[in-house]
Design a protein around this ligand. Structure first.
Ligand code: BG6
Length: 506
């Protein structure tokens, strides 16, 4: 019996949930196999899929990178990565099953001929592992390596089977480069063969946004400007930029988080109900939201950069002091904005969004703040401790949903206070949360692109970001403007205070 079914029997709350999510035989080629993503996310995800018997029996992995390594050294390095970063207990039998199908190919930067070696290795895997000419190419490499890989892989498509391409974010650096990249991949691949990753879409809690809204009859009738006062979306991280200065200096918070994760959260919160859950239906609705967002004026966008400060009790350096960062850097590590979705459902309802590094703590939340009751029949004093209703979706950590409501304080008289009705994933399903990459890699292998970003979504996202960044070029910010461990610069609070609102209390 499959292990996943075992777990289901042990856990009655999981009974009846569909288990059959296997893919056809295939080979996964990872370009950038010596990088951080492969080590921290991809291999732990592949191991967890193997652990749950969700990978096809006929499966192979080809790691491609510049470092000098044998197949065995690659296997050992990935084994250590799974042991360090995996969420499941390490089992030798499971690892060995996966490791048998692993190969390594060394390439020089931008070396087209190396793709012949990749193709030969894949043909060998077809023979030895039965991978049937089906390929997933995962591009976990910087964009300057894309052209050689996409062209090389495109020209060498196997005559049998299917070919799919997973492209890591950021997809381009701005609208122009994203369009160029789209042209490049479309020279060799159809849109339905391109899987642009935004790993937030693979998070269980992000997908639950769709379940919450569209599987329950009670939310949708009030999910609009008549009942909702405003929405707040926070993607806060306590970590700094780690060892990613080269990338982050060029990206900043606006390209690293706002352009993709944050705008996708806005789209999922604001979208109309799709007619079904096919990839086009869902993405058609998301893109309509992105199209209906106009560029916020400069007063409605705040940027920040952290200085030295304390995070979780520890002193940490300022952004400009991080290794590899220009000591006069003007890169943003925080961005907040007041956005509007100009359509019938949301007109005049602000979406306040913020994202930043080195904030007080890690927290990704979507808070739907409802309007106050139109006529509370109580004395003003009675309801002093009452805040408006808020539906808080905790994307991470403490995954769950909480509804703030007013309740009578026990005792004589009538005092009303805010209390919370909570749903916590851990408690309700008694299982830990799968990693986003498990879901996304398997979805791609199964040919389901619902949780990937379509070309037109990426274009819309860049349009908004380009317009914001163009306005930034006109003046020089005085950075740093918030200490590490704060919730961004004071101007972020002003953004809401001007409207008589405040960021949700932490
Ligand atoms: C990545 C960003 O896309 O998301 C990182 O490049 C960020 O800078 C990360 O730290 C956050 O992901 P998660 O899943 O930890 O919220």
């Amino acid at each position: 019996m499959a292990l996943a079914e075992d777990q289901r029997l042990e856990n009655p709350l999981l009974a009846g949930l569909p288990v059959s999510r296997r893919s056809e035989p295939c080979a996964l080629v990872i370009f950038g196999a010596s990088g951080d993503l492969t080590k921290r996310k991809l291999f732990p995800a592949l191991y967890s899929l193997a652990f749950r018997q969700l990978l096809p029996e006929k499966f192979g992995i080809v790691g491609v990178a510049r470092s000098e390594e044998t197949d065995d050294e690659f296997r050992e390095r990935m084994k250590a990565a799974v042991q360090e970063f995996g969420r499941d207990e390490f089992r030798k039998d499971i690892w060995e099953g996966l490791a048998e199908g692993m190969r390594y190919v060394r390439v020089e930067a931008n070396e087209d001929a190396a793709l012949d070696r990749v193709a030969e290795t894949l043909t060998e895997l077809d023979r030895s592992r039965g991978t049937a000419g089906n390929r997933v190419y995962y591009l976990a490499v910087p964009p300057d390596a894309f052209e050689t890989i996409v062209g090389g892989v495109g020209k060498r498509r196997s005559a049998e089977g299917w070919t799919r391409l997973i492209v890591e974010k950021p997809f381009g650096h701005d609208l122009a480069s994203a369009l160029e990249l789209n042209d490049l991949v479309h020279r060799y691949f159809e849109e339905n063969e391109i899987y642009r990753i935004d790993h937030y879409l693979g998070k269980e809690t992000v997908q639950n946004m769709l379940a919450l809204r569209f599987a329950n009859g009670i939310f949708e009738p009030i999910w609009n400007r008549q009942f909702i006062d405003h929405v707040q979306i926070t993607v806060a991280e306590s970590i700094g930029i780690e060892a990613r200065a080269a990338y982050y200096e060029k990206a900043g918070a606006i390209r690293d988080i706002f352009q993709n994760h944050l705008l996708q959260l806005v789209a999922l919160t604001a979208m109309e109900p799709p007619i079904d859950f096919t990839s086009d239906s869902v993405r058609n609705e998301k893109v309509k939201v992105l199209k209906s967002m106009h560029t916020p004026g400069p007063k409605n966008v705040v940027r920040g950069q952290y200085g030295r400060g304390y995070v979780e009790g520890e002193e940490v350096p300022g952004y400009r002091e991080e290794p590899g960062v220009d000591p006069n850097s003007l890169t943003d590590t925080f961005v907040a904005a007041k956005l509007f979705v100009d359509n019938w459902r949301w007109a005049d309802t602000p979406y306040y969004v913020r994202a930043g590094k080195r904030l007080a703590r890690r927290e990704t939340t979507i808070a739907i703040q409802f309007k106050r009751a139109p006529h509370p029949p109580f004395e003003e004093l009675a309801a002093e401790g009452l805040r408006p209703n808020v539906l808080l979706i905790n994307i991470q950590p403490d995954e769950g949903v909480s509804l703030a409501i007013g309740a009578k304080v026990p005792g004589q008289g009538l005092q009303i206070r805010t209390v919370h009705m909570d749903f916590l994933y851990g408690g309700a399903f008694r299982t830990d949360m799968p990693e986003a990459y498990e879901r996304l890699v398997l979805d791609c292998m199964r040919g389901d692109s619902t949780l990937f970003t379509r070309e037109d979504e990426v274009t819309e996202q860049w349009q908004l970001v380009d317009a914001i960044v163009a306005a930034w070029r006109r003046d020089r910010p005085s950075f740093p403007n918030y200490p590490a461990g704060a919730w961004g610069p004071p101007s972020s609070d002003d953004l809401l205070q001007r409207d008589g609102r405040t960021w949700r209390r932490h």
